[in-house]
Design a protein around this ligand. Sequence first.
Ligand code: SAM
Length: 291
Amino acid sequence: MSADVTDEFPVSSIPAANVSSVPLRSPLRYPGGKSWLIPHLRTWLSQLTERPKIFLEPFCGGATASLLAIAEDYADHASMVELDEAIATFWKCVLERPSELCNLIESFDVEPEAVDELLDSSYRTDANRAFRTLIRNRTSRAGIIANGAALLRKGENGRGLESRWYPQTLIRRIRDIEPNRHRLSIQCADGLAQLKKCVDQSGVVAFVDPPYTIGNKQPGRRLYSHNEIDHEALFETLSASDADFLMTYDADPHVSELIRQHDFSAARVEVRTAHASIRSELVITRQPIFA
Ligand SMILES: C[S@@+](CC[C@H](N)C(=O)[O-])C[C@H]1O[C@@H](n2cnc3c(N)ncnc32)[C@H](O)[C@@H]1O
C-alpha cells in the first residue's frame, strides 16, 4: 500500500472485529467475507434516520451483511444479488429447499474419492448443485470456488478435506436462516445494474462490497469467477443517488481518487489476513460515521 493512502484517511473509530467475537451466520466460508465488519455494519444501520425497507447487497457472496440485517432486525427485507450462478443457486436453495440441502449435508462422508466424484459430476437439481458448491467452498483453499482453486489436501492439523467441514454447524446455520427466509431474496444478476435500478426507490440502503479489482494489487481477481466491475460507474451511481450506503474497498490510490472525486468519507481499518499479515481496508460512507 502506498504511503499516501495510509495518511489520507483516518483510522476508523471501530476496529476490525475478531471473528471469534461475532455471530457467524453464513454457511459459506467466503473469500473476502466481511465478518470483521460486523461492528461497523451495526453502527451504520443503527444511526439511520429511517428503518430500511430494503437492504440491498449487490455483490452478496457469503451474504454476511444481509444475514446480519435480517437476523438482528435492522431492515424489513434483504435483497441479495450475485452474478456467480453457483453461489446464487446455493442461496436459492438455502431459502427454498433448506431441508433437502440439510439432508445432503447430513449424509455425506467427506472422503477424497467422494469429494472428487462430487466435484466432477454435473447435476440437474438445484439442491445437488447447491450442495456441490458448498462442498467446493468448504474443501478448497481459502474457500475459493473460482476455477483452478486447489483443494485442502493437507488441511488444518492434518485433518485434510475435513478441516473446514462441520456438518452440524452448517445445518444449524441453514436452519437458523429458515424462519426469516421470506425476508431474504436472491437474484442471479449484475450487481451494478441492480443497484442502478433500485437505489432510488424509497427505503433502500445498500451495502456494497465488490471484488477489489481496481488499482495496483487487484486482490479480487484471483478470488472470484466474476470480477470485471466498472468501478467508476459504481461510485457515480452512489454519488448520483440519495440512498444511504456503506461500501468497502482495499486501500489503493485509485480508490482514494474516486472517494475524493465524489466527496465521500472514508476510514481505514486494519484487517488481519488468514496468513496473519495486516492489510488496510477502507470503509466508505456518504457522511463521516467512523472517521
Ligand atoms: C468481495 S465478494 C463479497 C463478499 C461478501 N460481502 C461476504 O461477506 O461474503 C464480491 C462478490 O461479488 C461477486 N460479483 C462479481 N461481479 C459481480 C457482478 N457484476 N454482479 C454481482 N456480483 C458480482 C463475486 O462473485 C463475489 O461473490
